[in-house]
Structure formats: C-alpha cells, structure tokens
Design a protein around this ligand. Structure first.
Ligand SMILES: Cc1cc2nc3c(=O)[nH]c(=O)nc-3n(C[C@H](O)[C@H](O)[C@H](O)COP(=O)(O)OP(=O)(O)OC[C@H]3O[C@@H](n4cnc5c(N)ncnc54)[C@H](O)[C@@H]3O)c2cc1C
Length: 287
C-alpha cells in the first residue's frame, strides 16, 4: 500500500491526484477502526496530520475559516467570538482527552456519521466547506454548504482526489449566541445519542434569525427548519419554547417512525431543546 505523510497541502494534493483512490488519514480515530475491522481496503493512505495549512484559524471581515485538520484540543485553544462558545462546548464533550488531542473536526465532518458532534454546531452556523483537489497540476477549489454535503449515513459528496480544506462560517451578528446540548450514553467516551445546536441572533426583546440543527435524529446531522420557524422573529417566552419543543418532537417522530429509540428520543429532544433555549435566555439577560 502506498503511504504518504504529507508535509504540505501541495504535497497532499499531488499525492491525491496520483492516487485518487487514496483514503485520507487525519487523527485516524474513525479510519483506523475501519481498517482494523477490515471494512476499508484502500490502495493508498494519505496522512494529513502534519499539514500546517490545514490547522489554521483565520478571520477576515467577520468570516471565519477553520482548517480541517484542527484537533478538538486545538479548536479549544482558538480565539473565537465569545458568543460561539457552543462550538467549544461541542469540542469539549467529544470522547476523552486522548481523542480530543488526536481527532480532527474535518475527520468528524467527512466521516459523516449521524452522531458526529461537531456537525450540528457547524450546521447551525450555516457553515460552508472548502474542498480542494489537484487537476493537471493546478489546485481547484469548490465551496459547498455543509447542509448539502451529506448524501446519506456515512456518505457525502466528496469526489475521488478531493480533500476538505477548511470549514467556513460567518459573519456572526453582534450579540448572536450558539448553544450546544448533548445527551450521551455515558460521560467521556460517549458517542452522541442526541445532540442539538441552536444559533440565535437578537432582535429587540426577542429573537431574530434562528438556526437549529440536530445529530442522531436521522440518517445525517441536519437542520430543523420547522422548529426554526416557530422561534424566528419571536419572543423567547414559555409559550414559544413549548411550541418549539412540540414541533421538534413531532419532526423527530415522523423521521424515526418504527424505530425502537423513538419514544426515548422524542421525549429527550424536548428536554434538550428546552434547556438550550433557557440557556440562551440566561445569556441574553447577562449581556
Ligand atoms: C473512543 C472514541 C470516542 C469517540 N467519541 C466521539 C464523540 O464523543 N463524538 C463524536 O462526534 N465522535 C466521537 N468519536 C469519533 C471520532 O473521534 C470523530 O469522528 C473524529 O472527529 C474523527 O476525526 P479523525 O481526525 O480521527 O478522522 P479520521 O479517522 O482520520 O478520518 C475519518 C474519515 O474522514 C476522512 N477524512 C479525514 N479528514 C479528511 C479531510 N480533511 N478531507 C477529506 N476526508 C477526510 C477519512 O478518510 C475518513 O474517511 C469517538 C471515537 C472514539 C474511538
């Protein structure tokens, strides 16, 4: 098997052009398990864990770009806006300290599991993915919305020879908040049973734009547009919170019809959303 530990993005893309069937190894916390279980038989492996260009955090005119090979530990060190603490909350709750120091945000997105923790916060931020490849020696990039990236459980629209370079989002409105909630099986090593991210912009005494995304409530992480509609341009009072909880629970029931987990998940998601929205209210009161 051909194996390259790339030292630069250019070298990584050259290798992918020469080996379009190669699998990309970032932290390896998902891929190595696949290889060990003989569920993957790649002809070549490209290790991107030392590519510095894939570990940068930059901001320009309010638009943020996070390198795909940032580990959760590195994300936790990044100087992100205070209101986006939900992104760090999600990173802090992934696996154990060893996992957080190895596993990457790009690996979580590209593994495309419905239980991927970092996906709902990025969906709630309306993130876009910058994908790069090399064609006839030229670097080619395309940008796709994260909401359109997943094509099914464990599947996405990455093409052979393409890698995820950066995750972009913003601008983030003044006073906007991102809240993350997770209900896991057990602390520290839990793969998320359900997670939820809520992004809200303030407007007067209430909310303006609202984006909500869930994990483990379907085949992929996804936005929850019907629940967003209940809260957008409304006061965040008990009535709207209760209505949003009901609408999300009903969406969950339609999506998970016939699954044994449905009774638990449709109840649990109401609790998670209620907690997220009350956290949002508390933060707004303290601003
Ligand atoms: C004990 C344990 C606990 C865990 N806990 C959690 C948890 O709480 N929450 C959670 O969400 N996940 C959890 N995971 C899963 C895993 O750690 C995450 O999904 C992690 O973010 C994957 O990142 P990685 O860098 O290790 O990916 P890798 O295993 O290196 O790659 C995963 C997939 O993405 C592809 N890939 C990686 N980077 C790129 C790129 N830049 N471009 C294109 N393709 C790419 C790889 O080819 C592979 O298909 C856990 C795993 C373990 C072993």
């Amino acid at each position: 098997m051909d194996l390259l530990k790339a030292a630069s993005l250019e070298q990584a893309l050259d290798f992918l052009e020469a080996h379009p069937g190669a699998r990309i190894l970032a932290g390896g916390t998902d891929l190595v398990i696949e290889l060990r279980k003989k569920k993957a038989h790649p002809a070549a492996l490209l290790d991107i864990s030392s590519v510095e260009e894939l570990k940068t955090v930059t901001e320009e005119n309010g638009r943020w770009r996070l390198g795909a090979a940032l580990t959760y530990g590195e994300l936790l060190e990044a100087a992100l806006p205070e209101g986006l603490s939900g992104l760090k909350q999600a990173a802090r709750q992934v696996g154990s300290p060893q996992i957080r120091n190895t596993a990457t945000v790009g690996g979580n997105v590209c593994n495309s599991s419905p239980a991927a923790d970092i996906v709902p916060p990025f969906l709630a931020l309306d993130a876009r993915l910058r994908l790069a490849s090399r064609q006839s020696g030229q670097t080619v990039e395309r940008v796709v919305p994260l909401s359109g990236f997943f094509t099914g459980k464990g599947h996405n629209c990455l093409l052979p020879g393409e890698l995820l370079r950066e995750i972009e989002f913003g601008p983030v409105a003044p006073g906007a908040e991102l809240v993350f909630e997770k209900l896991g099986l057990r602390e520290a090593l839990a793969i998320s049973r359900i997670c939820l991210a809520v992004y809200a912009e303030p407007a007067g005494d209430g909310l303006g734009k609202v984006r909500i995304a869930s994990g483990s409530l379907g085949e992929t992480g996804q936005r929850e547009p019907e629940t967003e509609d209940v809260l957008t341009n409304q006061l965040l009072d008990d009535e709207h919170i209760a209505r949003a909880q009901t609408v999300l629970s009903e969406a969950c029931a339609r999506r998970l019809a016939g699954r044994s987990t449905l009774p638990f998940k449709r109840e649990a998601v109401m609790g998670l959303l209620g907690h997220a929205l009350r956290t949002l209210n508390l933060r707004r009161d303290n601003q």
